[in-house]
Design a binder for this molecule. Structure first.
Ligand SMILES: Cc1cc2nc3c(=O)[nH]c(=O)nc-3n(C[C@H](O)[C@H](O)[C@H](O)COP(=O)(O)O)c2cc1C
Length: 213
């Protein structure tokens, strides 16, 4: 594979794109955020990075709380709009016709229409340059019942989440495997190991065009 070398840039992909709600049930905002992720398993901790000039920034800084709301394909237009308009000029819940829900552990409201809401409490703010990183504990997660199995695990194949890749939104698509699948004996004996295993598997094997009779 021949490659070109680019200068250092933030091309890491795919990223989640989420709607972060903050404030309280009266005064609130929603900011679209792609600079977000998990930073620790136990205790569960996440981050969001926010520019200081965002309206949401001060709400989050003052309250020390926010909710990460997952973006589904159905919510994408609302999510994108919240990322190009400011809460200084608009009540985004009202403009996007989104229902403000009460969270269980934080005063920040959650977005009812979003199937997964992650309630977060900030424990550290790290100035990084263009953005400040809010590091936060996950206090609770609210999940649409119809998306969970008997153990409460989320069936992501039903959620239709959106990912963000350098200015473009993508559907997260098909389920391809479960954590650790490539090391299972059954899988290896059926499809092999390493770089050829996926192309041998029916999940990614290209369908041969049907022959005309
Ligand atoms: C896809 C997408 C991702 C974004 N990611 C971030 C981000 O990670 N951090 C940030 O500060 N702004 C991000 N923005 C920009 C803010 O969402 C945008 O400036 C928004 O209008 C700020 O709203 P506010 O002034 O009500 O807080 C993103 C926008 C879009 C469309």
């Amino acid at each position: 594979m021949s490659k070109i070398r680019l200068k250092g840039a933030n091309l890491l992909a795919p990223l989640p794109v989420v709607m972060v709600s903050s404030g309280d049930m009266k005064n609130s905002d929603i900011i679209t955020v792609a600079w977000t992720g998990i930073v620790c398993s136990s205790p569960p901790r996440v981050y969001i990075s926010v520019r200081r000039d965002r309206y949401s920034y001060q709400l989050i800084k003052d309250s020390g709380e926010f909710v990460i709301n997952f973006t589904t394909a159905n919510l994408l237009a609302a999510c994108d709009w919240c990322g190009v308009r400011s809460g200084r000029d608009y009540d985004k819940f009202a403009e996007m016709n989104l229902a403000k829900g009460k969270a269980n552990t934080v005063s920040a409201p959650l977005i009812e229409e979003s199937p997964v809401n992650i309630e977060c409490k900030v424990f550290q703010v790290v100035p990084l340059g263009s953005h400040d990183m809010f590091l936060a504990d996950v206090l609770a997660v609210d999940v649409d019942e119809s998306l969970t199995d008997d153990n409460g695990a989320i069936d992501y194949s039903k959620v239709n989440l959106v990912s963000y890749q350098h200015g473009e939104y993508y559907s997260t698509g098909r389920h391809l495997g479960r954590f650790g699948f490539s090391a299972q004996r059954k899988y290896i004996s059926a499809y092999g190991k390493g770089k050829n295993a996926m192309s041998n598997s029916p999940l990614t094997r290209r369908r041969r065009p049907k022959r005309k009779k």
